[in-house]
Design a protein around this ligand. Structure first.
Ligand SMILES: Cc1cc2nc3c(=O)[nH]c(=O)nc-3n(C[C@H](O)[C@H](O)[C@H](O)COP(=O)(O)OP(=O)(O)OC[C@H]3O[C@@H](n4cnc5c(N)ncnc54)[C@H](O)[C@@H]3O)c2cc1C
Length: 309
């Protein structure tokens, strides 16, 4: 129930304006977001690398309804990549991109505009020897995003995608995308989705995650296990062993600010672990999805309001 309310708030302009203007932001946001600027993302990446972690950097922003803004977002990613190269961090960091921030939702030729913009980002990443993962957004965009993935992979085979275990279709998508070299991040899914397309019960989502993970681990691709769920982390380790994968032939992924001790523990165990690191000023929808995931995060948020307000 609470999750539904918060996920609705993620799409409400009125609530967004109120929260973004409230004087509470910095403490709460800083827990989940590296900062406003590229320099903040680079500094946070350096700190992660010092702890044996890798990064996937996300420039916050989504659902762009303006062609110029979509192009500017692609340019900002190219600049981020240039700075990563200059800082000699490219071997430790890839970038995560939402196609809606590159124009996918534009009414005219949105999918083509997003694809062209994504190509620019992929080319810049490829030049530095790193790569791009396409984030997955709500279910109305899944086909378009997987279609873009296929087209991008023709030129940039290491481009990755995200599959969401809460969607009923995802087992089939895992089968389609478990081929040689295919980088697939498996997560539970963070959007509010109807029962017609998504499991509503958490236990069903978890079971789906396990079925999907089995397909990816036994496939020929590169599974990226994106979860903070301790049971799934252990199941992934057992499945990797069963399917004959060595450490480094799959990776764990967690969000910046979520279970940092566990991130370091896994790295200490010799696991490859990548932290999803968002930066930028457009943090509102990202933050509300994080709050929806976990009541304890919401309590943290409300405490910050009370103490600042
Ligand atoms: C790297 C990465 C990339 C992602 N990309 C996408 C994407 O492209 N599209 C998308 O829809 N979603 C994405 N997500 C979000 C994802 O779908 C989930 O919403 C989010 O990860 C929460 O699910 P969970 O697997 O951690 O399990 P949950 O069901 O939220 O949590 C399971 C258990 O994990 C532990 N846990 C969780 N959070 C905490 C915490 N703060 N402190 C301590 N323990 C905790 C608890 O034991 C909890 O019971 C991504 C997540 C990650 C990690």
């Amino acid at each position: 129930m609470l999750r539904r309310v918060l996920l609705s708030a993620a799409g409400s302009d009125l609530i967004k304006r109120t929260v973004v203007r409230a004087p509470l932001s910095s403490g709460v946001v800083n827990r989940f977001v590296a900062g406003d600027h590229v320099d903040d993302a680079l500094a946070a990446t350096r700190r992660l690398v010092a702890h044996g972690l890798l990064a996937s950097i996300d420039r916050l922003g989504e659902a762009t309804t303006d062609v110029a803004k979509a192009r500017a977002t692609a340019d900002a990613y190219v600049e981020l990549l240039r700075r990563l190269g200059e800082a000699q961090l490219a071997e430790f960091a890839e970038v995560s991109v939402k196609l809606s921030s590159l124009g996918q939702a534009l009414p005219h030729d949105g999918e083509q505009i997003a694809l062209d913009n994504a190509r620019k980002v992929c080319a810049a990443a490829s030049e530095l020897g790193t790569t791009v993962t396409l984030d997955m957004e709500d279910h109305t965009t899944t086909d378009a995003t997987l279609n873009a993935l296929r087209q991008l992979r023709a030129d940039f085979p290491t481009v990755g995608a995200v599959l969401q275990a809460y969607l009923r279709r995802t087992e089939g998508d895992c089968r389609d995308l478990a081929g040689e070299g295919s980088r697939i991040r498996l997560c539970k899914g963070a959007y509010r989705e109807p029962a017609s397309v998504a499991f509503q019960d958490q236990a069903d989502v978890d079971l789906s995650y396990v079925r999907c993970l089995r397909i990816l681990m036994h496939g020929k691709g590169y599974p990226m296990v994106a979860t903070h769920d301790p049971r799934l982390v252990e199941i992934a380790a057992a499945m990797a062993l069963q399917s004959g994968r060595d450490k480094g032939e799959y990776e764990y992924q967690m969000l910046f600010g979520v279970r940092p001790d566990e991130q370091r523990r896994l790295a200490g165990r010799g696991e490859k672990i990548r932290v999803y690191l968002p930066y930028g000023t457009e943090w509102y929808p990202y933050l509300t999805r994080r709050l929806a995931e976990r009541p304890a995060n919401l309590a943290f948020f409300l405490r910050a309001v009370a103490t600042r307000g």
